[in-house]
Design a protein around this ligand. Structure first.
Ligand code: IDP
Length: 140
């Protein structure tokens, strides 16, 4: 299996509860390596741009408000089959449906405040990484 990269966000509900380390530990224990990381407070424009794919969905406005409600930690993760590995450790979007041992089952508060974002394909991972990081900020 090839070593690839994916993009992750530790969302405001998790940073607010001081869970950056706890979430990162679960990512690392799942075999992912943090090769870039920064704590930022997204602007409304950034959040709207990042979630543009969801702009027709009914929860778009609330999602943007939530994502700018506090700091987030944006990360590039590297590992074997990184996109799937990260989706597996994140768990289902709704924590009520997430499997035991996943980040969302362990920490998420709700379907919206669900602690982490992870790219859903290698194509989107490349787009999302480039949205937040310059190549020289990623150190493998
Ligand atoms: P994913 O994050 O598991 O890939 P998506 O369907 O791509 O899930 O949704 C993006 C984000 O939008 C979710 O992580 C969650 O924060 C939020 N979201 C998804 N569905 C709902 C909903 O029904 N109500 C409120 N927020 C939602």
């Amino acid at each position: 299996m090839a070593v690839t990269r994916t993009f992750s966000i530790i969302k405001p509900d998790a940073t607010k509860r001081n869970l950056t380390g706890a979430v990162t530990k679960m990512l690392e224990e799942a075999g992912l390596r943090v090769v870039a990381s920064k704590r930022i407070h997204m602007s409304r424009e950034q959040a709207e741009g990042f979630y543009a794919v969801h702009k027709e969905r009914p929860f778009f406005g609330e999602l943007v408000d939530f994502m700018i409600s506090g700091p987030v930690v944006v990360q590039v993760l590297e590992g074997e089959d990184a996109v799937k590995r990260n989706r597996d450790i994140m768990g289902a979007t709704n924590p009520a449906d997430a499997a035991e041992g996943t980040i969302r089952k362990t920490y998420a508060e709700s379907i919206e405040a669900n602690s982490v974002h992870g790219s859903d394909s290698e194509e989107n991972a490349a787009i999302e990484i480039a949205f937040f990081f310059k190549p020289e900020e990623i150190v493998g």
